[in-house]
Ligand binder design. Structure first.
Ligand SMILES: Nc1ncnc2c1ncn2[C@@H]1O[C@H](COP(=O)(O)OP(=O)(O)OP(=O)(O)O)[C@@H](O)[C@H]1O
Length: 348
């Protein structure tokens, strides 16, 4: 495998006696890779980003950029020397400078005369050349964010760090800006780390995701891996809706459950906790048969798909179907798995 651009191991940081807020964090980011740190508020994402940037100092662990040690308890390379670009939630553009001046300002290392030409070229790449003479308050949120991105990538940093860059935008603009920013980063061959608490954003924006909880990484994988093959209950629940159930496994990849026999994604033994996504279950209409049938207790119609809430043999299930499977509340159904359930790791 090609050497990673960024390598982090055992990174640990505490602010006070209450224990580490970043605890033994380790991951790699490849060249041209977009990586996301995803987790709930307060789990340590921003602190991890600030440690990479050099705005905080760690008490244990190491950060390497292109094999250069930039952060450890003994080493703390000046943030400017790390060659990192930043994009924050509040854009942080200088209000008294035009878009072009904002971008040119980031090119302090470049000969003064060449700055406007280079700045214009980068604004062009982010589709903002038309607005180059506008002041930040004459631009929409999405446009300001694209100028902020142009400013971050203009000096050709080794890595771009983005902290909740889209959360100030409304839903429609957020989607389109996200797509554009991803395309710009990919076209420029940049590596980036996105910090977000929004799972949909991480799933659609990143090549790989690290799911963080309580200062630690619970799982690293592609969007498909973390969504469809969560390793822990936290990852299963944080990445979207899911159905959890316990079962006794007998060393095979089949378990007997109240749904009947269910396939699991690996051989297991003993009491196990499993997760199955709502879209991996389906419903079949049936005649009422006492406790053997389920009943639809609720439905959420969302146009292209429908989510049903089902009570089946005393357990509640969420089942997600396309809009051709129509049931009414109180109808009798049975719940059937379409895909194997995922066996979760359980903490001892
Ligand atoms: N300068 C600081 N001094 C003391 N505690 C801090 C400091 N910065 C962060 N913390 C604490 O560290 C923990 C992790 O914060 P951090 O900002 O890294 O989390 P986060 O996952 O980015 O959350 P959010 O999405 O809310 O920003 C929190 O409990 C926070 O209160």
């Amino acid at each position: 495998m090609e050497k990673p651009l960024l390598h982090i191991q055992g990174l640990t940081k505490s602010f006070d006696q209450s224990g580490p807020v970043v605890n033994q964090v380790g991951f790699d980011v490849g060249k041209n890779e977009i990586f996301a740190l995803l987790g709930p508020s307060g789990c340590g994402k921003t602190t991890t980003l600030r440690l990479i940037a050099g705005f905080e100092h760690c008490e244990a662990g190491e950060v390497y950029i292109e094999d250069e040690l930039v952060e450890s308890p003994q080493v703390s390379l000046n943030p400017q020397k790390r060659e990192i670009g930043f994009v924050f939630q509040d854009y942080a553009l200088f209000p008294h400078m035009t878009a072009l001046e904002n971008v040119a300002f980031s090119l302090r290392e470049v000969d003064r005369k060449k700055r406007p030409v280079l700045a214009e070229e980068v604004l062009c790449r982010t589709g903002m050349e038309k607005y180059k003479h506008r002041m930040p308050d004459e631009l929409s949120g999405g446009q300001q964010q694209r100028v902020a991105l142009a400013r971050a990538i203009a000096p050709k940093p080794r890595l771009v760090l983005m902290d909740e860059p889209f959360s100030g935008l409304d839903a429609m603009l957020r989607d389109s800006t996200r797509k554009e920013v991803r395309a710009i980063l990919k076209k420029s061959g940049m590596s980036a780390i996105l910090v977000t608490h929004d799972q949909e954003e991480a799933l659609s924006f990143a090549d790989r995701i690290a799911v963080m909880n309580n200062g630690q990484i619970e799982q690293i994988g592609t969007p498909e891996e973390v969504y469809y093959h969560p390793k822990t209950q936290f990852v299963a629940q944080f990445l979207g809706r899911t159905n959890l159930f316990r079962a006794h496994a007998d060393g095979t990849d089949n378990v007997e459950t109240r749904l009947g026999p269910v396939k699991i994604n690996r051989e297991a033994e003993g009491l196990i906790l499993c997760s199955i996504r709502p879209e991996h279950l389906t419903l079949e209409r049936c005649k009422p048969n006492g406790k053997e049938t389920g009943i639809i207790t609720g439905r959420e119609f969302r146009g292209h798909d429908i989510t049903y809430h089902v009570l089946f043999k005393g357990d509640k299930y969420i089942v997600h179907t396309d809009n051709r499977l129509l049931f009414d509340v109180d109808e009798h159904v049975i719940v059937k798995p379409l895909e194997p359930a995922v066996v979760l790791n359980q903490k001892a």
